[in-house]
Design a binder for this molecule. Structure first.
Ligand code: SF4
Length: 210
């Protein structure tokens, strides 16, 4: 697939999903970091439900320092992997205070050292909180980019680096959002709604099936 075709695909997807953006509610880099950690193996809708009360009662890092694990769990119990997530968040808050003067770092190298933070979370925070180009590869981006044929890799890391190579840097962050929206609302996991899709002519999956 050529860069020109990929640009055309992204142009068309942007037209199909003009409101593609981060759907995790947050008011600060810190809140986005916490919300993104909570979103692993959960949905943004579910995360927004729990952070609505959590961020109302504990708005920022200083207030999070008053949380013990049990209290945090009482807010996030309905989210998957809540035990690990609560432990990581409590540790992360201490590290932010001890090593980063209470400020969320804005580099990939520093972010991925924090507990519970992998490249996906770091890319989400970098692009949405700091306007630094990045492509976070979640389950939707992974599936959709492979179906279309933009990426072939069998791990999220390989797919992230393929996308970084094939998509212009200036399009990375927006591409992340449109690929997520496409996977969430049209190119669904079990049954993609190809009849509603405007990139059929470029899609390997569609071409092979028809
Ligand atoms: S044509 Fe179907 S499989 Fe291909 S991107 Fe569109 S919805 Fe997904």
């Amino acid at each position: 697939m050529t860069i020109k075709n990929i640009d055309k695909i992204l142009d068309d997807l942007e037209k199909l999903h003009p409101n593609a953006k981060c759907e995790l509610n947050h008011d600060s880099p810190f809140q986005l970091l916490i919300a993104t950690i909570l979103s692993a193996q959960s949905t943004d809708v579910k995360v927004n439900e729990v952070t609505k009360s959590l961020f109302k009662d504990y708005k920022n890092l200083n207030e999070f320092l008053n949380l013990d694990q049990e209290t945090l769990i009482s807010y996030i119990r309905s989210i998957g992997l809540y035990k690990n997530k609560s432990k990581n968040i409590i540790n992360l808050c201490e590290i932010l205070i001890d090593e980063y003067n209470g400020i969320v770092p804005d580099t990939m190298e520093e972010l991925v050292k924090l507990p519970g933070v992998g490249r996906k979370t770091a890319n989400v925070v970098l692009s949405n909180a700091f306007n630094i180009d990045g492509i976070a590869v979640d389950t939707h981006v992974f599936r959709v980019s492979k179906r279309i044929g933009i990426a072939k890799g069998d791990t999220v890391l390989k797919v992230e680096f393929e996308l970084r190579e094939k998509i212009k840097k200036s399009r990375w962050s927006k591409s992340h959002h449109v690929l997520i929206f496409h996977g969430r609302y049209i190119c669904k996991s079990r049954k993609p709604e190809c009849d509603k899709c405007n990139i059929k002519d470029y899609c390997d999956y569609y071409i092979q099936k028809n």
